[in-house]
Design a protein. Structure first.
Length: 302
């Protein structure tokens, strides 16, 4: 009887030890997880969706170095979202739901992350004082080449997919029908409702076959029909602007915006650095379908 009681006690003690070991064992990581950001797990499917939405390219079409850089970029965005949430930046469920309804291709988590980052960047931007006149002048002197312009032309376009329609539009233009009206009526380009306005362009900004035709036109004149693989284009030049230099007064608003953007990028880089110190992060390299060469801490045993 005593021997039986001792056996029961030993069995009970063994069960307690097993339960204790089970409680302290790390939970298993699902097989499709390729990175960890704190408690959050990033899956291969998440990464592939990110690539398709942001680059339109499949992972299988990327080389290892590009894939590594894109994974770093994606994880950095996740880090910022998690850091923002951990420091009081949160978005209401109603706002997230409304954003998802307006972007049918996105998920709730994608929109939540995006809106957290936008709020964080907006808060950072609001805290940055406008650049002083001395800072603007210094930037202007250091980037003088940015404020020299070559010849520019102000261009409008009409885009259609039918040659007979393009020829008919050309005939209407010769009869004096306004280019803007015909663009609104027939053009398939995104700027059709704006009378086909592209705006000012300089050499090197458009395909050469368009550029050669456009820069040969006088203000108010219209190009011949230009055929590409599947489309027909007609251009109009409203105005030509000779080469020149943008003075510092005119350039000041652009410079202030650039300086603010640089300051925000610097603050974001600092936040990412702080987040990397605060949040455990790892790329699970053995689970990746490419040789990882990025900057994330690597975990080769998971």
């Amino acid at each position: 009887m005593l021997h039986f009681g001792a056996s029961v006690r030993r069995l009970s003690l063994l069960l307690v030890c097993l339960l204790a070991a089970a409680c302290h064992r790390k939970p298993s990581i699902p097989p499709d997880v390729i990175a960890r950001v704190g408690e959050r797990m990033v899956t291969l499917a998440d990464f592939k969706r990110y690539l398709e939405r942001n680059t339109g390219t499949e992972l299988a079409q990327m080389g290892p170095e590009v894939a590594s850089a894109m994974l770093d970029q994606y994880v950095e965005e996740v880090i910022l979202s998690e850091y923002a949430a951990g420091h009081g930046v949160e978005i209401s469920a109603e706002k997230i739901a409304a954003a998802v309804r307006n972007d049918a291709g996105s998920t709730v988590i994608e929109k939540r992350d995006e809106m957290r980052r936008q709020k964080l960047m907006s808060d950072l931007s609001a805290d940055i004082a406008p650049a002083s006149e001395a800072e603007v002048n210094a930037y202007y002197q250091q980037h003088a080449a940015d404020f020299r312009s070559g010849e520019e032309v102000h261009v409008r376009q009409i885009l259609v997919h039918d040659e007979s329609m393009a020829d008919g539009i050309q005939q209407k233009l010769r009869r004096g029908v306004p280019f803007e009206d015909l663009s609104r009526q027939y053009s398939l380009a995104p700027n059709a409702k704006k009378g086909g306005e592209i705006g000012y362009v300089s050499r090197g900004e458009l395909p050469k076959m368009f550029e050669d035709e456009i820069f040969s036109l006088k203000p108010g004149s219209v190009s011949a029909v230009i055929r590409t693989d599947s489309s027909f284009h007609i251009f109009k030049v409203d105005e030509r602007r000779p080469p020149g230099v943008v003075d510092v007064v005119t350039a000041a608003p652009v410079i202030r915006e650039r300086l603010k953007e640089e300051a925000v990028r610097q603050r974001i880089a600092e936040l990412v650095g702080a987040a990397r110190r605060e949040i455990p992060i790892a790329a699970l390299t053995k689970r990746l379908p490419f040789r990882y060469s990025g900057t994330l801490p690597k975990s080769e045993n998971e």
